[in-house]
Design a protein around this ligand. Structure first.
Ligand SMILES: Cc1cc2nc3c(=O)[nH]c(=O)nc-3n(C[C@H](O)[C@H](O)[C@H](O)COP(=O)(O)O)c2cc1C
Length: 207
């Protein structure tokens, strides 16, 4: 590859174009055909002035240029987000050696979207969501199983309403980086930074 090749031509070599969202969707669609768990991503949060915290979640779609996920509203990550509404996500797709990093502001989804998502989940997952006090200390697994069974019984023959403690969040990105493993660790990295004009500035980064 010529060192003087314009960046948009370089991007094409990796199925990336000047729109980071279209590029993400293209990479994600390919990951869906190749990877075992392509939706898994890590989410880093931090309260102001505190140590960051990271965990894996499942990506639930790109909608209106925002990256969606669902979780418990009382969990440590949600508590972080209520104090500091900025987060970073990272996907890693092993089969193609690709990584995507996204950082941005996080907003809570409207209730309608959360209910729509929850109502389509398998019934037993809905029960598990209902009884889980994510992040709280448990005396034993039995404690959890008992509340699961009680909940299952109490909703027998009925629809399970979306619990108030379940919610969804959307990450509105201000930076998206596409990374591809290269030979001899000469990795390719393309950073998209959102400018005030709402356009994206694209740079190649050193590996
Ligand atoms: C592959 C994978 C996917 C997960 N997906 C979710 C998810 O979509 N939502 C969720 O709340 N927790 C999910 N979890 C559990 C989280 O990693 C984590 O244990 C939980 O959300 C509590 O995080 P917190 O204590 O940092 O708030 C997933 C775990 C793994 C390993």
């Amino acid at each position: 590859m010529s060192l003087t090749m314009p960046i948009l031509e370089e991007l094409q070599l990796y199925s990336i174009n000047k729109c980071p969202f279209e590029s993400f969707e293209k990479w994600f669609e390919e990951a869906l055909t190749k990877e075992e768990n392509p939706s898994a991503f890590s989410l880093a949060t931090a309260t102001n002035n505190a140590v960051p915290s990271v965990r894996f979640l499942l990506f639930k779609g790109l909608q209106n240029y925002k990256f969606n996920f669902f979780t418990n509203k009382t969990s440590p990550k949600s508590q972080d987000l209520s104090k500091n509404p900025y987060a970073a996500m990272a996907f890693y797709w092993h089969k193609t050696g690709r990584q995507v990093r996204i950082s941005g502001k996080v907003e809570e989804m409207n209730r309608e979207m959360v209910e729509d998502y929850c109502s389509k989940r398998p019934r037993l997952s809905q029960v598990a969501t209902y009884v889980s006090k994510q992040g709280q200390k448990l005396k034993s697994k039995n404690e959890l199983i008992e509340s699961f069974n009680q909940c299952l019984e109490s909703f027998e023959g009925k629809n399970i309403p979306t619990p108030n403690h379940w919610t969804g969040y959307s990450v509105i990105p201000h930076e998206i980086e596409f990374f591809i493993y290269g030979e001899h660790r000469l990795n390719d990295r393309f950073l998209f930074e959102k400018k005030e004009s709402e356009s994206w500035e694209i740079s190649r980064l050193a590996p």
